[in-house]
Design a protein around this ligand. Structure first.
Ligand SMILES: NC(=O)c1ccc[n+]([C@@H]2O[C@H](COP(=O)([O-])OP(=O)(O)OC[C@H]3O[C@@H](n4cnc5c(N)ncnc54)[C@H](O)[C@@H]3O)[C@@H](O)[C@H]2O)c1
Length: 274
C-alpha cells in the first residue's frame, strides 16, 4: 500500500519513550523525516541514534516553548506535514473513590493531557494549513494531519484517575472541534485511544493503586495487569506500542485522506461502539 509518507516532515510530541517513541520509529520506517519533541532532556541524544530525525527538548505545557520548537523544527527539517501528540501523564494517585485525590491534584494533570495538546494544535495548525495549500498547488497531493493520543479512559467513568479521564474526554471533544475547523483547509484531525500498553504511564497506574492497598492485598505489576486485562480486554492480551503506531502512520497517510474527526480505539475490544 502506498502511504505517501517518504520525505514528509512529521512532528511527534512525547517521542522519548513508550508509544510516542514507537510512533517516531514507525514514521522513520516509512522514510519520513521526524522532529521528535519531549520534555526529557535526553530527547536530542535519543534522536541522534535515528536516521532523518531531530530531537528537541520541550515542555509541551508551555506554549512559548512549543512555538519555539515548531520554529526550530521547520528551520532544520523544512515545513511540517503531520503532527502526532503522544504526551500523557497521570496524577500519581489512585482515584477511586475520587476523593482520594484533592482538587489541587487536577490542574497539573489537565495541563499535561489537555492544555499541552491545545498548545500543540495552536502552534502547528497554521503550518498544516500552509502544507495543505502547498500540496494543492503542487504535483502530489497529500493530506496534512493532526493526531492526538487520548485513552479508553476518556470514554468511560474509569475508576482509576478522574482528572486523567476527564482530560482525555475533553481531548476527544476538542479533536472534533479542530477537525471541523480545519476541514475547509484540507487538514484532518483524529484521535487514537490505546487500551493497555506496557509503558511507564501504565506502570504508574499500577503503582498508584498498589500504594493504596494493604500490604497483604498487593500484587506484582504483571499479576495486576493480567487480572485487569482478563476482566476488560476481550482479546485478553496487552496492546503493544507498535499497534497504536501503525494506526498513527495510517491516519497520516494518503490512504486515510477521507478520515477526520474520528476516535479510534486500539484496545483489543476494551471499548466497543455501534
Ligand atoms: N500506556 C497505556 O496503557 C495507555 C493507555 C491509554 C492511553 N495512553 C496514552 O498514550 C499516550 C502515550 O502514553 P505512553 O503510555 O507511551 O506514556 P509514557 O509515559 O511511556 O510516555 C509519555 C511521554 O510523554 C512525555 N511527556 C510527558 N509530559 C510531557 C510534557 N509536558 N511535554 C513534553 N513531553 C512530555 C514523557 O517524557 C514521555 O516520553 C499518552 O497520551 C497516554 O495518555 C496510554
Amino acid at each position: 500500500m502506498e502511504l505517501g509518507l517518504a520525505g514528509r516532515v512529521v512532528v511527534v510530541v512525547g517521542a522519548a519513550r513508550g508509544i510516542g517513541e514507537a510512533v517516531a520509529r514507525a514514521f522513520l520506517a516509512e522514510s519520513a523525516v521526524v522532529a521528535a519533541l519531549d520534555r526529557d532532556p535526553a530527547m536530542p541524544e535519543i534522536a541522534r541514534q535515528w536516521p532523518r530525525a531531530l530531537g528537541i527538548t520541550v515542555d509541551a505545557t508551555c506554549l512559548a516553548e512549543v512555538k519555539a520548537a515548531a520554529e526550530q523544527a521547520e528551520n532544520a527539517l523544512g515545513p511540517c506535514d503531520h503532527v502526532v501528540f503522544a504526551v500523557g501523564a497521570g496524577s500519581g494517585k489512585y482515584g477511586f473513590p475520587f476523593w482520594n485525590l484533592e482538587p489541587g491534584d487536577w490542574p497539573r494533570v489537565l495541563e499535561i493531557n489537555l492544555i499541552a495538546a491545545v498548545n500543540v494544535a495552536h502552534s502547528f495548525a497554521p503550518r498544516l494549513i500552509q502544507a495543505a495549500a502547498r500540496d494543492v498547488a503542487g504535483p502530489s497531493s497529500s493530506s496534512p494531519s493532526l493526531t492526538f493520543f487520548s485513552s479508553v479512559a476518556g470514554q468511560m467513568g474509569s475508576q482509576t484517575d478522574p482528572p486523567y479521564s476527564a482530560a482525555k474526554a475533553a481531548l476527544i471533544n476538542f479533536n472534533q472541534c479542530a477537525a471541523k475547523d480545519l476541514a475547509p483547509y484540507g487538514v484532518r484531525s483524529n484521535v487514537i485511544c490505546p487500551g493497555m500498553v506496557q509503558t511507564d504511564l501504565n506502570r504508574g497506574v499500577y503503582e498508584a493503586w498498589s500504594r493504596q492497598q494493604p500490604e497483604a492485598a498487593r500484587s506484582t505489576y504483571e499479576a495486576w495487569a493480567a487480572e485487569k486485562i482478563q476482566k476488560v480486554v476481550p482479546l485478553n492480551r496487552w496492546q503493544k506500542p507498535e499497534d497504536s503506531a501503525a494506526l498513527a502512520v495510517f491516519l497520516a497517510s494518503n490512504q486515510a485522506r477521507e478520515i477526520t474527526g474520528q476516535t479510534m480505539n486500539v484496545d483489543g475490544g476494551f471499548v466497543m461502539h455501534w
